[in-house]
Design a protein around this ligand. Structure first.
Ligand code: ACO
Length: 357
């Protein structure tokens, strides 16, 4: 039996976690690759697209072959090919609606001999990572009714949370499919999500085992947030009072926590989607000529993550030399009013035009 077949057979017997581990290793060793392919007219791209088209037409026999080939070769569509040992074993084809920051999956399939071996999951996780880089915040698809279970396991749900006007009219209506949505979280590392979840599960199990009998016996009085402090039973854990709650009560809060809490509130607002990423000059060529001091939530998040705040030219290092340093160490336990003043000075962009996505 060929080595590729052996590897495939192994994967079908593995647990989802073991499969994911195997795929990650195959990727590191170059046996498994995920390649973005577009119809750019090159022979290599066209061959890959036709291979994917063949998988789609075999796996989705109810879809007309002409329809599949038209969309796969259409230049507004992009495909992500799953290549195992040089052979295309699956793919996903989608259309990006850049102005609406979402993409519609048109086709997704894995060849019959490679199904239920984790390629579909890895493919979707690779697509999500690609979406993060492309400024796509949601995926929509009309899922074939047989594939609803698969999409659900990939984080899709039947309830569409995007406002209707954001997607209605942009995607094609299909009979016999179920519209499903998946939100892309820029904070999540989709390629390691299963490993992180497993580590968390193991850590919780160990804690429960260690604290075990003693914790189960104890009875605790209720927790009153107005009194603050650590609730009984949570001492020694990583539980912390919400930064927003503390600051509203006028308690000292580390600056970085306070800013993170404000960012989380703003970024999850229903109308925040146009501000999630920088404006692309391909959409608005003169944007940065008109808007001299632009900002978006992704840049804000990037600055907050390493706790690196910008100085303005107006509040130069000579006037406020400690502002950066204290934010970077996160040791600045200041009152909220001080935080707000420092934050405002730290948020202003000094100069320059941001890079296009
Ligand atoms: N229904 C329910 N659950 C499923 C299905 C399904 N049809 N297919 C896979 N799963 C489950 C698996 O059991 C697995 O669960 P686990 O993680 O708990 O073990 C999980 O979903 C992921 O399975 P993978 O092995 O990663 O997925 P696979 O490589 O088989 O790819 C896919 C899934 C793409 C649906 C593949 O089975 C396929 O090509 N099917 C035929 C074509 C199809 O239906 N495509 C989707 C049409 S809709 C559209 O294209 C927009």
């Amino acid at each position: 039996m060929a080595s590729a077949e052996l590897a495939v057979d192994n994967k079908s017997d593995q647990t989802p976690l073991a499969r994911e581990r195997q795929h990650a290793q195959d990727e590191r060793e170059g046996r498994l690759r995920f390649v973005v392919v577009k119809n750019d007219g090159l022979d290599r791209s066209l061959i890959s697209l036709i291979d994917m088209k063949s998988i789609y037409s075999k796996q989705l026999p109810k879809m007309g072959k002409e329809y599949i080939v038209r969309l796969v070769l259409d230049r507004s569509h992009t495909s992500l090919a799953c290549v195992f040992e040089g052979e295309i074993v699956g793919g996903v084809t989608y259309r990006r609606h850049a102005t609406q920051a979402f993409a519609e999956i048109a086709f997704c399939a894995v060849s019959a001999t490679h199904q239920v071996r984790g390629y579909g999951t890895r493919l979707m996780n690779q697509l999500k990572e690609h979406c993060k880089r492309e400024g796509i915040h949601f995926l929509l698809t009309y899922a074939d009714n047989h594939a609803i279970g698969y999409f659900r396991k990939q984080g899709f749900q039947k309830q569409v949370t995007m406002k209707r006007e954001r997607w209605l009219g942009y995607i094609k209506d299909y009979d016999g499919g179920t519209l499903m949505e998946c939100a892309i979280d820029t904070q999540v590392d989709y390629l390691n999500i299963r490993f992180v979840a497993e580590e968390q599960r193991r850590a919780i199990a160990e804690r429960m085992e260690a604290g075990g009998a003693q914790q189960q016996e104890a009875e605790y009085a209720g927790y009153d947030p107005a009194e603050g402090g650590v609730p009984a039973g949570l001492q020694g854990t990583s539980w912390r009072e919400s930064a927003l709650h503390c600051s509203m009560q006028g308690k000292p809060v580390p600056l970085a926590d306070c800013l993170q809490a404000v960012l989380a509130e703003v970024a999850t607002h229903a109308d925040a989607w146009p501000f999630q990423t920088a404006v692309s000059t391909s959409l608005a060529p003169d944007y940065y000529e008109v808007i001299k001091d632009p900002v978006d939530l992704a840049s804000v998040r990037a600055r907050l993550t390493p706790r690196a705040h910008l100085h303005t030219t107006t509040r130069s290092s000579s006037s406020s030399p400690t502002c950066c340093a204290c934010a970077k160490t996160a040791a600045c336990t200041t009152a909220t009013t001080t935080s707000t003043t420092t934050a405002r000075s730290g948020w202003r962009r000094s100069s320059g035009r941001r890079s296009e996505r």
